[in-house]
Design a protein around this ligand. Structure first.
Ligand SMILES: C[S@@+](CC[C@H](N)C(=O)[O-])C[C@H]1O[C@@H](n2cnc3c(N)ncnc32)[C@H](O)[C@@H]1O
Length: 290
């Protein structure tokens, strides 16, 4: 309900400045993370960022600070660039979803509220008592939602960004998941060496590295297990994008194991005809992975 009201307030506020296609574009560029609002300022409006920030701040209940997104989350650590526009300059906030609470610093770690449904979806697929490896865990969002909702036995959660690791460790405690969600600081390729064959399920929520790291993800699985591979796919229809990703992932898995079942879905649109796709595969192997 709160988010619906907030959405309406954002539409009303931005509707005072923009109209038509420009309004649509402005609205798709707004993220609310706890009491902070991040907006991509539409082209041509760069010089009026503070005005837009003040407007949003005055119209949104509980808004503490407004920031402009200056760079997409495309670097290795996936941190988006932000610049202060209005309100408080503090970039640490607390965000709640699916009965969990996450402390994040939007200037130092990757965080997207747009993955909220996907986090719930994979948590619903997980079974009680599973051991899971999350290779790109960020501040622990996928891991903590899954551990809490599914009752996982253990979720090894790797991230190479020391700031993400620090917040993940704190979030694990805040959510009462110490001993279940195990934060690991390091490069996923190196960290999984100690996790060979332990997992019922592996999460790979980093499209830029998912295919390159797929053999490492597979090496964590028990003889039979699930792997969730997140990819980017450019062009074509939504259906074609999913099919392309499923075919590519199947081909790569079949080099080392049998695919028992496989399907894909669009997670979200991340640009002009650029999709984030997740492929869910149940994999069976005879011997050890190479
Ligand atoms: C897209 S984010 C993860 C999203 C997260 N699951 C969430 O829902 O908030 C990708 C994460 O992978 C981390 N990362 C990037 N390269 C890595 C690597 N080689 N090994 C481990 N973590 C890595 C980044 O620091 C970032 O936190």
């Amino acid at each position: 309900m709160v988010s619906v009201l907030r959405k309406r307030a954002v539409i009303e506020a931005l509707g005072e400045l923009f109209e038509g296609e420009e309004l649509k574009r402005a609205l798709t560029g707004v993220d609310t993370i706890g009491d902070l609002t991040v907006i991509k300022i539409p082209r041509g409006w760069e010089g009026r960022g503070h005005e837009i920030g003040e407007l949003l701040l005055s119209r949104l209940k509980n808004a503490r600070g407004v920031f402009r997104q200056t760079a997409a989350a495309s670097r290795g650590d996936k941190v988006r660039g932000v610049e202060w526009l209005a309100g408080e300059k503090e970039t640490v906030t607390t965000y709640a979803e699916h009965g969990c609470v996450f402390k994040v610093d939007i200037a130092k770690v990757y965080f997207s509220p747009r993955l909220s449904y996907e986090r719930l979806r994979v948590a619903r697929l997980a079974k009680r008592g599973e051991v899971v490896v999350n290779m790109f865990a960020g501040v622990g969002t996928f891991s903590i939602v899954m551990a809490k909702r599914a009752g996982s036995q253990r979720i090894y959660s790797i991230d190479k960004n020391p700031e993400a690791f620090k917040y993940m460790a704190e979030n694990v405690v805040i959510n009462g998941m110490a001993g279940t969600v195990i934060p690991i600081l390091g490069d996923a390729k190196e960290a999984v060496v100690g996790l060979r064959g332990v997992a019922d399920r592996v999460l790979m929520p980093l499209p830029e590295l998912a295919l390159e790291c797929l053999p490492y993800g597979l090496s964590c699985l028990k003889p039979r297990g699930w792997i969730h591979v997140y990819l980017h796919q450019q062009g074509g229809s939504r259906g074609a994008a999913v099919e392309e990703c499923v075919t590519e992932t199947r081909g790569r898995i079949e080099k080392v194991a049998e695919v028992h079942s496989i399907s894909g879905r669009i997670v979200r649109s991340v640009g002009r005809r650029l999709y984030q796709v997740v492929v869910d595969a149940e994999v069976q192997r005879a011997g050890d992975y190479p």
